[in-house]
Write a protein that binds this ligand. Sequence first.
Ligand code: UT7
Length: 307
Amino acid sequence: MYSRIIGTGSYLPKKILTNKNLESMVDTTDEWIVERTGIKQRHIAEDTESTSSMAINASIDAIESSGISSKDIDLVIVATTTPDQIFPSTACIVQNKLNIVAPAFDVQAACTGFIYALSVADNYIRTGMSKNILVIGSEKYSNLLDWNDRSTCVLFGDGAGAVILSADSSQGIISSHIHADGQYNDLLSVENNQIKMKGNEVFKVAVNTLSKLVDETLLNNNMDKTSIDWLVPHQANLRIIKAAAKKLSLPLDQVVITVDNHANTSAASIPLALNEAVKDGRIKEDQVLLLEAFGSGFTWGSVLLRY
Ligand code: UT7
């Protein structure tokens, strides 16, 4: 049995913080941010918006687009690093608000969280334990930022994306690959509730690791890079995305890019990008998609699927 994406959804807070806005907050320039990261703006949640409220909005959108009812959902998985509280899990809050009667849990793998969550969900479907799974990535990183630290506060944003994965006998997720290596945990971490990152060192490991991940994913499926129709990468930095596209010899118009408008939304970035390209008609049925991410831990992973 395959896990097929039958619905996608997203939610972005209305409030937008531009690079120009940041110029008046820290010693930075629009030019530096665009050149080094590709980011032009990010969405920032209001105090009244939370990781769970954004997750719920994205889920409603995904459920609507899937054509199934929330009653049909038999598992809820939320990938997040910024839960509303330590417990109950964000997944339980979502499950309750959407009147879903099903097990629910969170997955924490930082920016790779959505890939980890898809991998877990895929295995529940493959083994016949679940038929319709709501998989969400939702993050409120604005809560984790030191707004005086120009090296991190310009990089992140808030938002949520969701998909409905459904058992399908013909196509869906072809393979998923997840990895972790805790030896680099001091390069990117949260200390005293604020993100600390040695950006340059993370950058180098990210580019090298993602390159190997592309090889591993293709080799595992005996597939050539020309089979990939779309790269849907985690959106941390346009330069990292371009390196992955180059590795695949993919022109940038076959890469879904949202980092310019969303910045890095961690576990939410892939489902946000996926939803955008599905809803605007770029991603079409039967196309082959490569989803990949790298994040704190370090964690990294990919999902290859036929949409
Ligand atoms: O999603 C999870 C994984 N995270 C990532 O993948 C992020 C990986 N890292 C990156 O994306 C990049 O390393 C950054 C965007 C974070 C930084 O870009 P960089 O080209 O690696 O810059 P850098 O850290 O080497 O800093 C270069 C200079 C420094 O000044 P000096 O020492 O050369 O005088 C920084 O102090 O840029 C300075 N700088 C800034 N200048 C203006 C750092 N932040 C800023 C800023 N505005 N916001």
